[in-house]
Design a binder for this molecule. Structure first.
Ligand code: C5P
Length: 397
């Protein structure tokens, strides 16, 4: 399964470090070459010699000397692998990664690498549940770092709960899943999701109703087919999926900037419910009631149409997909919208209150393309996403 794959295995300093030795053995048996890197703390738990013997490779240590630099600089070392695996990923290592520190060999490699990174966290349950660790975890996921585990169970320290390093078999399975080719492997897909918030003053805004669920499911489905996904999201109710690059924005103008910065892409799906208008001259301090009964007047400017801008732009992806949430004459409106926006497909849905689709878990869509209108049966938003992702894979093949 892993024949020819090169893993750089960073072993952090924790009681679970001994399991990393078994991971080396199992990964090699699956055909991978493993270059171990030991943090200084890891050497308190396992010896460089045992890691080196099991890997049949030179071990890189924090106490590395100039000879190593001459043989292979840390930049080169960090990029020589197909995947960087951190196991066990301690609270300290996760903190350094999330904060962008590079003050030892392991953290420097992690900062310098342009290779995908998979971490297998392991630490005491209180440390795992600490808000700082959970914050760091969210940051790392947002950076596209993949995460396996931790498991829940009895810990070496006698406490019980999540924090145990995943079994080497489970880490190996995550490594294999990373390399499993999907129909969108090597493709870059952009997804917009959620609402945008357009400020009136520092505490008030206008927005569309959008949970962000459909956009999240689409990003996850594209990821599952192997795509690299850039996920540009407004302030949605649901958290972004794991394993995608997250770009958080508030306003339509910020969303357009983030979208343009993420291009080029092979395909783009615009699932965001972008506010059509923004308030011109949003107040910089809170608008106050002055007791006179006078009402504030808002003036509006039209927001950029992100879908139309990208569809007609110089960096147009090969396939551009938009959404049309309509309450009447769904197909006629959506067909006209496809032409007006210049996109390839429109997924049209009837969001009239009677359907219960808005904010619900199901969706009933019609795919409008050059070939005409295709009704999809009512199904879960995740099933709509899987079907759309499969169709995108077909169209890009
Ligand atoms: O015009 P309408 O808002 O109905 O169009 C919906 C489609 O256009 C969706 O795909 C939405 O993400 C996209 N859109 C956009 N930028 C806007 C408005 C809508 O990308 N300003």
């Amino acid at each position: 399964m892993l024949a020819g794959k090169r893993l750089l295995l960073i072993i952090g300093g924790g009681i679970a470090a001994y399991k990393a030795l078994d991971l080396i053995r199992q990964a090699r048996r699956a055909g991978a070459t493993v270059t171990p890197v030991l943090t200084r703390a890891a050497e308190e738990f396992v010896t460089p010699l045992s890691a080196s013997a099991l890997a049949a490779e030179k071990v890189y240590r924090d106490l590395f000397d100039l000879t190593d630099e001459a043989e292979m600089g840390h930049i080169e070392l960090s990029r020589s692998a197909d995947l960087v695996v951190v196991a066990p990923a301690t609270a300290d290592l996760m903190g350094k990664m999330a904060g962008g520190l590079a003050n030892d060999l392991a953290s420097t490699l992690l900062m310098a690498t342009d290779t995908p990174v998979l971490i297998a966290p392991a630490m005491n349950v209180r440390m795992w549940e600490h808000p700082a660790t959970q914050r760091n975890l969210a940051t790392l996921r947002g950076d596209g770092v993949k995460v396996v585990g931790p498991d829940a169970g009895e810990m070496a320290c006698g406490e019980f709960g999540p924090g145990r390093l995943s079994a080497p078999e489970a880490i190996l399975a995550a490594i294999e899943a990373h390399f499993a080719d999907g129909p969108l492997t090597g493709r870059h897909v952009l997804v917009t999701s959620g609402p945008t918030h357009e400020p009136i003053d520092p505490v008030r805004y206008i927005a569309n109703r959008s949970s962000g669920q459909q956009g999240k499911d689409i990003a996850a489905a594209l990821r599952d087919l192997g795509a690299r996904v850039s996920f540009v999201t407004g302030p949605a109710d649901v958290a972004p999926p794991e394993g995608v690059e997250v770009h958080r924005v508030e306003t339509a103008a910020e969303m357009l900037r983030a979208v343009e910065a993420a291009l080029p892409a092979d395909a783009a799906v615009f699932a965001a419910a972008v506010a059509d208008w923004r308030v011109t001259d949003a107040a910089s301090s809170k608008i106050k009631k002055d007791g006179s009964g006078a009402l504030p007047t808002l003036s509006f400017a039209e927001n950029p149409d992100i879908l139309a801008t990208v569809s007609k732009g110089a960096q147009r992806p090969k396939l551009v997909v938009g959404f049309a949430a309509e309450t009447d004459d769904v197909i006629a409106h959506a067909t006209a919208k496809r032409a007006r926006k210049g996109c390839d497909w429109i997924l049209a849905n009837d969001v009239s209150p009677a359907t219960g689709i808005m904010g619900g878990t199901e969706n009933a869509v019609t795919l409008i393309s050059e070939e005409g209108a295709e009704n999809w049966p009512r199904m879960g938003k995740d099933a709509v996403a899987a079907r759309l992702a499969a169709r995108i894979a077909e169209a890009l093949a």
